[in-house]
Design a binder for this molecule. Sequence first.
Ligand code: HEC
Ligand code: HEC
Ligand code: HEC
Ligand code: HEC
Ligand code: HEC
Length: 194
Amino acid sequence: MRLRTVAITGCVAFGASLMIFALSLDTRLLGDQSGYKPIQPIAYSHALHAGELKIDCQFCHSAAETSRHAGIPPLSTCMKCHESVLNKAGTPAGKSNPSPDIQKLREAYVSGRGIQWVRIHRLPAHVTFPHSRHVRSGVACQSCHGEIQGEERVEQFMALAMGECLACHRLENQKQLLAGKPAQAPTDCAACHH
Ligand code: HEC
Ligand code: HEC
Ligand code: HEC
Ligand code: HEC
Ligand code: HEC
């Protein structure tokens, strides 16, 4: 019982300090962030690349299966095609119709300046979220990010709230238990908070 009391006191104190931390540092940590859809420096389209051209998500976000972060691809990944693809989308074959956005991309690559993409998803620093474990256990990107392959501009789908993580974890564990397997999606504080 003593251990239990210590653990609960610990959690409450930890919670209170997080709350103060969140309130003092960043109001974006509080409340629903879904629907956030910033304009990017280049009009890169997931609808075109992941939808129409059917490029695999992990061709660009290759770290999703192995690391904590899925990562944003370096421009060298874009240049595998845009060394030669220079036209605006939808230009008939044999015509020249250079795209100003692809021009910008190539200049950013050649000069080494890169592109400062506006970051969309951001969990508070006190939360651990490993992509690898989710992707390897077969959770689709779309369960958390929505139908990105149909979006011209990425829009945040999840609110990134603790309740969303827990709701899916509980559901997954129920499915596992019904199938006679041990529950594997953690619901203890320490698994997500370090
Ligand atoms: C050809 C490369 C490419 C492919 C393929 C691709 N992406 Fe992306 N993705 C990017 C780039 C570049 C960005 C940053 C610019 C932006 O947000 O549009 C990005 C941004 C994102 C973001 C938002 C990142 C943030 O800042 O929070 C998510 C989520 C994402 N992609 C998921 C996906 C999913 C899911 C797929 C497959 C359906 C996919 N991507 C396919 C290049 C790609
Ligand atoms: C179980 C939910 C979940 C799944 C499944 C998932 N993501 Fe994410 N994704 C998140 C969360 C949460 C963040 C914010 C992470 C952070 O801020 O540390 C994120 C952030 C990202 C980002 C921004 C850069 C980064 O890694 O922080 C990209 C890009 C991304 N995800 C792409 C993908 C792709 C591609 C897949 C499928 C291969 C995928 N995600 C599957 C929840 C998920
Ligand atoms: C596998 C090949 C491939 C990769 C990788 C690729 N693209 Fe593309 N991209 C294309 C093709 C093909 C088109 C034009 C489609 C058409 O002609 O209809 C295009 C079109 C575009 C356009 C639209 C231009 C316009 O003005 O209409 C932009 C912007 C663009 N790509 C940016 C990027 C960025 C940024 C990356 C890297 C994150 C990237 N592309 C990676 C093949 C690729
Ligand atoms: C759509 C369902 C879903 C959502 C949403 C989800 N998870 Fe998970 N998560 C899982 C599953 C399934 C597992 C167990 C994977 C396994 O058994 O290999 C898991 C496992 C984990 C683990 C354990 C990793 C390990 O190495 O043991 C952590 C930590 C985690 N999730 C954090 C989060 C956080 C934080 C969020 C919210 C931002 C979140 N998850 C949202 C499905 C989800
Ligand atoms: C599956 C992952 C997961 C588990 C398990 C989890 N949390 Fe969280 N927690 C999160 C995420 C994601 C956030 C950030 C988003 C938010 O504030 O809802 C968060 C935020 C918080 C916050 C800050 C709230 C705020 O308004 O800023 C507190 C306090 C907290 N968690 C306490 C706990 C305690 C105590 C437990 C154990 C009973 C726990 N968490 C278990 C994922 C988790």
